[in-house]
Design a binder for this molecule. Structure first.
Ligand code: ADP
Ligand code: MG
Length: 687
């Protein structure tokens, strides 16, 4: 009988109550989910060894008969006595070996004397004979005599045996499973069928079949993701007819002229790209990837000038209240004397002030509007929305971006990100966005001198800080926690603030963290911007966007707790002026990976190179919080490893949508259903 993929797992024999709940914890609710609970690894039992041929310290599979079972006592009978393990003596026709299990008395009943089992594990030398500690094991006749067995992610209340049994039973009738990819897609990309892929991802007969199965499933998942993202964007109308901003060229030139500096080559190119997009009737959908300090804000401002000159409202959405405020101040400075009406809308703007602002927005009596998520809440009606700039895109989901552009009639969209994204990822995340890269910093900036030290380097770092403060500069100190905690030896911002207030008594020291009230945060940031406070102790709160060119020291405590993208952002807070800047990473007992991250930070300041390394090190699961990008969790595809597949996937997705832009044709219905299922889990990010 064909399994009903949509049926709840409780339809499977032996699944109910506790086990059903345990499966739900793994995200498995339906029969289809279970079939797509892919192994995380395989146990390869093809290479069976005779006990007489075993060598120490190698992993092996042994088929042997249990001779004796010694139960042992996990509680230790006498005080001070060692816990005694469950001990098996097993034998084949070439010799005998010991199998030990510590703290597992329940396994005593799993073995019967005289029966044959397979044991799979690392071989070590025991007192009398070779032994295996805690091997995987199974009855020699179970698993249908298969040799490559799946190893599944588990959770409490589920055994490997449960999952193997249920999935193997489902697969028996899997030949009847309906294919979810269009036949053309399968043929064009030389993919195997779904039933074959499922059979061989769980129980591959050999490695070639496993590879075929895996490729097909990875392709399918990436295609679902890519097609889904493209659909989401086209459904938002971004692809439709846009506004042609025909005037405003002179206004942009005048604005650029008024700046106290000349634009860099990269800034000029990017602004050129933007102006061309804006002048055309196509909707602009451009991503500006600017490394930290490359000067994105003035480019956004120039584009906004153009929109306003053509009679439209231009908005800029920032991820936090603090950053929105910073932009407000910067824009007020940049636009001084230009007669622009600048509005500010965040959750904190309330009552009569809010009502009057909303009215002005609707009547198009505002030129430039800056704010946070509040800009896209229901109840904000835009009169003539022409340009949407979202700053620091990686804090927003795809749906939020779409939500804002929906507010107008196909406004142009400019996305600014300060966190470079490797090309492979940009391809899928921003499938149909045009990309401008700003990989150049304003002239005269010197590389930030970066050092990674352990606790013993802290004093030298403080001496450096004192010297910089004495020269009139400012400094940041970052800690991973807000407050000291009994459970953790990590540094806290509050603890450091007290310590440093004492140590740097002659300077104004301030503290900022996410648990403070918005007004307090504003006051602290305001004083730091104004140069009234010299030393700012913070959590990662100031990670993105903060711009105080006079700050020259960034000291990061417990740097091992931060990812590369965060470290790069944090370091980007210094080196923003002409003076030499410094970044000190203090790490205590770093893991191998943390030490590698520190090494990368010391070796390069190029955000694009760092992003590539980050993707390699972490894998895409955690990469910049993909979920924040609006990317659903993937089951088998790995955006770092499967970059090559992505290229083929992108071409296929574009082809499918060129033929059937909304995937409405019956042959695409199963794929459409897959897309809906995949994106169901990110619906909560949306609006
Ligand atoms: P980011 O790209 O990190 O957002 P900002 O836009 O905040 O960078 O710019 C960083 C600093 O560099 C700001 O103080 C800005 O005024 C200044 N700046 C921008 N472009 C140039 C330039 N071409 N020459 C000199 N300074 C510039
Ligand atoms: Mg910025």
């Amino acid at each position: 009988m064909t399994p009903e993929l949509g049926a709840p797992v409780s339809a499977i024999k032996g699944v109910g109550g506790v086990r059903e709940a345990a499966l739900a914890r793994l995200g498995i609710r339906t029969v289809g989910d279970l079939l797509r609970h892919y192994p995380r690894d395989y146990e390869d039992r093809r290479d069976k060894r005779k006990i007489g041929d075993l060598s120490e310290n190698a992993c092996a599979v042994v088929r042997a008969t249990v001779v004796s079972v010694e139960k042992g006592d996990p509680r230790a009978s006498r005080r001070g006595a060692r816990r005694s393990p469950l001990k098996l003596l097993v034998r084949d026709d070439t010799g005998a070996m010991e199998i030990l299990f510590f703290g597992a008395p329940h396994l005593a009943n799993a073995f019967k004397r005289g029966e044959e089992y397979l044991f799979y594990g690392a071989v070590t030398r025991g007192v009398r004979a070779l032994r295996m500690l805690h091997p995987d094991f199974g009855r020699a006749d179970e698993d249908g005599g298969r040799d490559i067995l799946p190893v599944y992610p588990l959770t409490a209340g589920l055994s490997r045996k449960n999952l193997r049994g249920w999935i193997a039973a489902l697969l028996k009738s899997a030949a009847g499973i309906e294919e979810c990819l269009p036949a053309d897609t399968i043929a064009r990309n030389k993919l195997c069928g779904l039933a074959y892929a499922l059979e061989n991802i769980h129980y591959p007969a050999d490695m070639r079949r496993l590879r075929e199965a895996k490729y097909r499933l990875v392709f399918e998942e990436l295609l679902t993701l890519q097609t889904g993202l493209l659909l989401l964007k086209s459904a938002s109308g971004i692809k439709g007819r846009g506004i042609a901003f025909r005037d405003g060229g002179a206004a942009v030139a005048g604005f650029v002229e008024s700046l106290p500096f000349a634009l860099t080559g990269a800034q000029k190119n990017t602004l050129g790209d933007i102006e061309r997009d804006m002048e055309s009737a196509r909707v602009m959908n451009r991503l500006v990837q600017g490394d930290v300090g490359s000067g994105k804000t003035v480019i956004a401002a120039a584009a906004m000038c153009k929109a306003v000159k053509c009679g439209y409202l231009a908005v800029m959405m920032a991820p936090t209240e603090t950053l929105a405020k910073q932009h407000l101040e910067e824009f007020e400075r940049l636009f001084r004397g230009r007669g622009l009406r600048v509005g500010f809308l965040t959750g904190a703007v309330k009552g009569a002030e809010r009502r009057s602002l909303l009215e002005k927005i609707e009547k198009n009596e505002i030129d430039i509007l800056i704010g946070t998520h509040a800009l896209i809440q229901p109840g904000v009606a835009y009169g003539k929305l022409g340009l949407v700039v979202t700053d620091e895109q990686h804090r927003f989901g795809v749906r939020q971006r779409v939500g804002l552009s929906k507010k107008g009639r196909d406004p142009d969209v400019l996305v600014m990100t300060a966190t470079p994204i490797p090309r492979t990822l940009a391809l899928i995340l921003y499938g149909d966005l045009d990309i401008s890269v700003m990989d150049e910093r304003p002239p005269g900036r010197r590389p930030v001198v970066t050092r990674a030290v352990d606790a013993s380097g802290r004093d030298a770092a403080y001496r450096l800080m004192r010297r910089e403060l004495a020269a009139g500069r400012q400094a940041y100190v970052i800690a991973p926690l807000i407050e000291d905690s009994d459970e953790s030896s990590l540094r806290s911002a509050t603890g450091l603030f007290e310590e440093l207030s004492e140590r740097f008594r002659e300077y104004a020291v301030a503290l900022i963290h996410g648990r403070m009230k918005q007004a307090e945060k504003d006051a602290v940031m305001g004083a730091f911007y104004a140069g009234e406070t010299k030393l700012l102790v913070s959590t990662v709160l100031i990670e993105v966007g903060v711009n105080v060119p006079n700050a020259t020291v960034m000291l990061i405590e417990n740097a091992e707790r931060f990812g590369l993208a965060q470290l790069h952002q944090l370091r980007g807070r210094v080196g923003r002026g002409l003076a030499q800047s410094y970044c000190v990473l203090v790490t205590e007992n770093p893991s191998k990976e943390a030490a590698e991250r520190a090494r990368i930070m010391v070796s390069t300041e190029d955000g694009f190179a760092i992003a590539e390394k980050d993707l390699e090190l972490r894998g895409p699961g955690e990469f910049f919080g993909l979920r924040q990008h609006g990317i659903p969790p993937l089951r088998i595809a790995n955006l770092a490893k499967h970059a090559k597949v992505l290229t083929a996937v992108k071409a296929e997705a574009e082809r499918l949508l060129a033929d059937d832009p909304l995937l409405e044709s019956p042959k695409n219905a199963p794929l459409k259903a897959e897309i809906d299922a995949l994106f169901a889990s990110v619906a909560d990010i949306g609006i």
